[in-house]
Ligand binder design. Structure first.
Ligand SMILES: Cc1cc2nc3c(=O)[nH]c(=O)nc-3n(C[C@H](O)[C@H](O)[C@H](O)COP(=O)(O)OP(=O)(O)OC[C@H]3O[C@@H](n4cnc5c(N)ncnc54)[C@H](O)[C@@H]3O)c2cc1C
Length: 514
């Protein structure tokens, strides 16, 4: 009889784990508290308008990428999918000067030198950093601790071209790095890129992926990706049970034996995988019974290990915005929202993907605003009515700024939705509403963890909390890694079927499975 695996959460990591578990002969059921798959990789309708609530870029969309075989294997996209490559990260309006942060490193170099010739030398160094970063490799195929000596040496050698930059960039914040430039324009652009406390490593990582055309988005948006993956999982024989809130993990003799739902139902299994938020996993699902230094240090020191939290505002514009940039950042009059000051907006124009828009002649724009840690506390103190009212007020203030910037007729733009950290917490149990995991700062230590809990058998964690700063690729390969670990616990060889989509296999003219 097949051994049974229960996976908690149908986000990208949970479903990926499910697919690799099915490949390896397990009987798999996913328990998901929401009524749709995807977790944070999602989209939703409000007032008839579709809002893509996630991917600005998905690293691994280029066939030469290490992540590509995994995305293809879980069916996130296929050869018929339209992938929109990112021509530029963002356009920055700096006092009327538009600076385009091109994905292509040569174009980016020229653009930055154009606006800041005085920083030519430093700009070239930065571009060289991005070029070196193109060699960066995340151990996607298997976790580092499970590699044999030869694999480790191979991995180490592959990192040599980037080693120096990696060691340097991990310990410099974007805020410190921008001081290397004389030009106030360049300083402002870097300041607005991600937020001040990220280390420069995170910026270089994203830029190298964009430069390699390895960070596109899939037509149909994030929810399409999530539904595609759920389809693959179900077609392979997996089961997803929705509206099933897991209360805790059933543990006997320090071995995970199944789950207990919030209605009291007990379901037994041979292994349990939690693909949920780490804080929720440690405190709720494992009932705070297992001390874990890695997470304790991070949860108790949010200054050195801040979280990625944000506000996502969405608007309908009764006009097609094809001629407007896909992403533009501009300064606004300061807006005080529950103690945080908003003075810059990054507008994402979704018109590039017509399949997302069901109302003819209209466009959707979304604005993701990074928020400070205290906002969660301030919002949590509000009554429901106050909270809703303040969201409306903020939505209107920002609407006015957008009208002013784009010189729009005020009748053609309307607020559709405001999601806050409390929204993300409510829907996905995300810790303080964090939409990625810990931000990688100059002080962050230890990049990756195994996803095992000391003293607890037959239990593995998957998902973005295994490796900061989180994001879809980490959800993806930690899902796969979770099953490599289960197979190891079960003393069986891991069957890896994503190889067929790898560049190596494609070069050997192996046929893709139909
Ligand atoms: C606005 C926004 C923009 C983003 N942009 C990008 C981007 O451009 N590129 C990128 O790579 N990433 C991006 N991300 C991050 C990305 O969405 C996440 O990193 C990724 O989806 C996390 O996947 P996961 O499987 O680790 O976790 P989750 O998606 O959080 O999945 C966990 C699942 O577990 C379920 N669950 C939780 N608790 C329970 C319980 N007790 N019982 C049952 N089920 C439970 C949740 O409902 C959820 O479905 C963005 C996220 C947001 C919100």
């Amino acid at each position: 009889m097949k051994k049974k695996i229960i996976i908690i959460g149908a986000g990208i990591s949970g479903m990926t784990a499910g697919i690799y578990a099915l490949d390896n002969g397990y009987d798999v059921t996913i328990y998901e508290k929401h009524n749709i798959p995807g977790g944070q990789c999602t989209g939703w309708y409000r007032k008839g308008v579709f809002i893509d609530g996630c991917a600005h870029w998905i690293v691994g969309t280029n066939p030469t990428s290490d992540l590509y075989p995994l995305w293809r294997h879980i069916g996130a996209f296929d050869l018929n999918s339209t992938i929109y490559d990112t021509e530029y990260f963002c356009k920055y309006d700096i006092d009327g000067e538009i600076v385009t942060f091109y994905a292509d490193d040569e174009k980016l170099k020229e653009e930055l030198i154009r606006v800041a010739p005085e920083d030519k030398k430093q700009i070239k160094r930065f571009i060289n950093g991005i070029r070196a970063y193109k060699h960066i490799k995340v151990p996607v195929k298997k976790p580092l601790d499970l590699m044999n000596l030869f694999e480790l040496i191979g991995y180490g050698c592959s990192m040599i071209p980037v080693a120096l930059h990696f060691a340097m960039y991990k310990h410099i914040t974007v805020e410190d790095y921008l001081l290397k430039f004389k030009s106030p324009i360049i300083r402002e652009v870097f300041h607005r890129f991600f937020g001040s406390n990220y280390n420069i490593h995170s910026m270089a990582y994203v830029m190298q992926a964009l430069a390699k055309k390895d960070a596109g988005v899939v037509e149909g948006g994030s929810i399409k990706v999530a539904k595609n993956v759920a389809k693959t999982f179900i077609e392979k024989g997996g089961v997803i049970l929705y509206n099933q809130n897991v209360d805790h993990i059933l543990i006997e003799n320090n071995t995970a034996k199944g789950i207990v739902l919030d209605n009291g139902d007990v379901i037994h299994s041979d292994y349990v995988i939690a693909s949920t938020d780490a804080n929720h996993t440690m405190k709720q699902l494992l009932q705070d019974k297992y001390a874990d230094e890695y997470y304790e240090t991070r949860f108790n020191n949010r200054e050195d290990y801040p979280l990625s939290t944000g506000l996502l505002l969405s608007y309908k514009v009764d006009k097609i915005l094809y001629n407007q940039p896909k992403m533009i950042s501009f300064k606004t009059n300061p807006i005080n929202y529950e103690g945080m000051i908003i003075d810059e907006l990054k507008i994402r124009n979704h018109s590039f993907d017509a399949s997302l828009n069901k109302i003819e002649g209209t466009s959707t724009i979304t604005i993701l605003i990074n928020t400070p840690d205290f906002l969660y506390d301030n919002l949590s103190k509000l009554s429901k009515d106050e909270y809703n009212k303040k969201k409306e007020i903020l939505g209107e203030q920002i609407r006015q700024e957008v009208i002013k910037y784009f010189n729009l007729d005020s009748n053609i733009i309307s607020l559709v939705d405001v999601a806050t950290p409390l929204t993300y917490e409510r829907y996905t149990n995300a810790y303080r509403g964090s939409y990625m995991s810990f931000i990688t700062t100059d002080k962050s230590k230890g990049l990756m963890r195994k996803g095992l809990i000391k003293g607890l058998d037959n239990f593995v964690m998957a998902g973005q909390w295994i490796m900061p700063p989180g994001g879809l690729p980490i959800a993806l390969f930690t899902g796969k890694h979770a099953i490599i670990r289960v197979c190891k616990m079960d003393k069986k060889n891991f069957l890896d079927l994503d190889y067929i989509y790898s560049n190596e296999a494609l070069k050997k003219n192996l046929r893709e499975p139909s």
